[in-house]
Design a protein around this ligand. Sequence first.
Ligand code: HEM
Length: 196
Amino acid sequence: MPCARGTLPSRRAAHRARRPSRWLAFLTIFAGYENSINLIGNCVLALLQRPELLAEVRADGAGGARRAAIDETLRFEPPGPLAIRRFALEDLTFGTVTVPAGATVLLSLASANRDPGVVDDPDTFRLRRPSAPHLGLGHGPHYCLGAALAVLEADVALAELLRRFPDLRLARPDEAPRWRRSFRTRALSELPVSLG
Ligand code: HEM
C-alpha cells in the first residue's frame, strides 16, 4: 500500500544499491539497536497500561505469555512502522492507485498489522491470539536478519525487569505517553515509572 511517492531514486539510494554490503553493515549495527530498545519500551508500556495482562505475564513462569506480549507489540506498536523504501521499476496499479515507474514507495507495516481482514479486533492489544500474522519484522527475502536476536533481547530484558521490580507501574498513569516526533520510528521519548 503506497502512502507516499517521490520522483526518481535519490543519489544516496543509488549509492546504497551499488554498495549493498556497506548498507547491510549499517543496518545491522544501527537499525538493529534502535529498533530493539524501542521494542522493549513499547512492550513495557503496553503491559503497564494493562495491569491484567501484566499479571498474566508475571504469573506465567514458563514465559509463553511474555513472548506473546512481545509478538503482540511487534504487531500493535511496531518500532519500525515503515518498511525500507522501495522504488517502482515499472508502473504498478493497486486498486485505483497507480504508482509510476521510478516513484519512491513507503510501505506502512503498522497499517498492514491492523488490517481487520487479517487480525480480529486489530486495535486491541491481546495476548495469545489464535492467529495474528504481522509485518513487524518484515516478510519475504528481506525479512529482518536480526529477528531472533531482537526477540531474544526483548525477552531477556522484560523477564529481568519484571523479576527485579515486582511493583513496577506507571508513575503518571493518567498522562498520555510521550512519543518521539518521528514517522519512521515508534519510540517513547520517556516512560516515567514507579519502582515500588
Ligand atoms: C525489534 C527489533 C527489530 C525490528 C522491529 C526490526 C524490523 C525490521 C524490518 C521490518 C525489516 C524489513 C524491512 C523491509 O523489508 O523494508 C528488517 C530488516 C533488517 N533488519 Fe531488522 N529489526 C529489528 C532488529 C534487528 C537487529 C537486532 C538486527 C541486526 C542484528 C537487524 C538487522 C536487519 C537487517 C540487516 C535487515 C535487512 C535485511 C535484508 O534486507 O535482507 N534488525 N528489520
